[in-house]
Design a protein around this ligand. Structure first.
Ligand code: F3S
Length: 397
């Protein structure tokens, strides 16, 4: 790879051990993918933050990097394994909390903003069109590329941290125009509305893309979509289709930048959506857990939950998972009091997938297709998808 003098200095160790290690990781990646050179990144989002995933080996790597490593660009974290303030109320044990805090402290020492969220774009780690990033969370990567028109590959934990410390990423994959063309034309011939239905659509398309061995759809037939619907769609299509970039006609900023794909056409009908939805509902489900906020709930979603819960009482464990800064806005707006008076709990900094709750519940109801996938595969829950209104009804009935 062609490195600038500053990048060469980092590689030779002039900027310290962590910068050298970081540049080694990035140049190795760049060589594998034939990147040619590095680009500057506007921001970084690091995944693999839960102690449940990292373990002692991951923590050891972080601690070594934290000896002299400092981030050069705005860097935030993906959800951790617990709410950093409210972990006791969520049933997290003391030992796990201690270890999770060691992980967060190592990131903090490096200058990472320790906001743990999969929606960095809602809380200030907000790029604009065309900017290069090194983000790791699959739903956020898909949102950045597709909804914002920024450019990022899906980074692993170490490569994202390396980009944070150097401010660079190798110029390959989704950073390049030639890899951002739509590959499959997808015609949606059914109305789609609500976070749950956009998640169902993401599964319906994602499953078919996997069968075709393609990843970048060009989607028509969606006249409008909210931020919340798009974040749900991104999480779902990234989960079921491995998609990190899509184009949605009239909605995503790059949709008319490249020629429309012609050769492969997929049609999504009402029947397809019905089938995909039925696959996200286990028949023998006994719901004892309801969770909204996958990806992390926006303030709009929290406002809606508060209005639906006002004056009611929940009768099941009910989590609203969100970013800490969004929770603070909810506190100031009075939404948190309404929600907590109803007996629901905020789980900021974490979510129903990364928290260590395997086996604690039998069945989970969510409005997110991604949460269904991981609820089953990681936490061994039975699952059911529904609208936000149906989730609230289930929690209060
Ligand atoms: Fe975010 Fe957890 Fe869902 S990280 S996308 S809330 S699985």
């Amino acid at each position: 790879m062609k490195l600038t003098p500053e990048e060469q200095d980092m590689l030779s160790g002039k900027h310290g051990k962590a910068a050298r290690k970081s540049m080694e990781i990035l140049t190795a990646l760049g060589e594998i993918f034939d990147a040619g050179y590095m680009v500057d990144v506007y921001g970084v989002q690091i995944a693999g933050v839960s102690y449940a995933n990292l373990g002692e080996a991951g923590l050891e790597f972080l601690s070594e990097m934290a000896e002299d490593g400092k981030v050069r660009v705005l860097t935030t974290l993906n959800p951790a394994g617990m709410d950093r303030e409210n972990w006791r109320a969520l049933g997290i044990d003391e030992e796990f909390a201690k270890n999770q805090n060691r992980v967060i402290d190592a990131f903090a020492k490096m200058g990472v903003i320790t906001t743990c969220s999969c929606t960095p774009y809602l809380i200030g780690n907000t790029p604009h069109y065309g900017q290069h990033l090194a983000w790791a969370e699959s739903s956020a990567v898909c949102y950045a590329n597709s909804v914002i028109g920024a450019r990022t590959n899906r980074e692993g934990g170490p490569s994202a941290l390396a980009s944070a410390i150097t401010g660079k990423t190798p110029n390959y994959g989704y950073h390049l125009d030639e890899n951002r063309h739509g590959q499959v034309l997808v015609k949606v011939n059914a109305p789609v509305e609500g976070t749950d239905e956009f998640g169902v659509l993401g599964k319906a398309i994602g499953d078919r893309l996997v069968g075709l061995g393609k990843k970048i759809p060009f989607i028509t037939g969606i006249p409008s979509a909210t931020v919340e619907e798009l974040k749900s769609f991104c999480a779902s299509i990234a989960t079921y289709g491995g998609t990190a970039l899509f184009h949605m006609e009239g909605i995503t900023p790059e949709y008319d930048r490249y020629p429309k794909p012609k050769d492969i056409v997929l049609e999504i009908s009402q029947e397809d959506l019905k089938k995909a939805r039925s696959e996200l509902i286990d028949v023998d489900l006994e719901t004892d857990f309801v969770s909204i906020g996958c990806p992390h709930a926006s303030i709009h979603e929290i406002a809606k939950i508060a209005s639906l819960l006002k004056g009611k009482k929940v009768r099941k464990e009910f989590w609203i998972t969100t970013a800490r800064p969004t929770k603070r806005i909810a506190d100031e707006a009075g939404y948190s009091k309404i929600i907590e008076d109803a007996g629901a709990k905020f789980a900021a900094d974490t979510c129903c997938v990364v928290a260590p709750i395997k086996g604690r519940f039998k069945g989970i109801m969510v409005d997110s297709a991604k949460a269904c996938y991981y609820g089953r595969s990681r936490n061994r829950f039975k699952v059911k998808i529904g609208t936000v209104e149906e989730c609230i009804e289930e929690a209060t009935k």
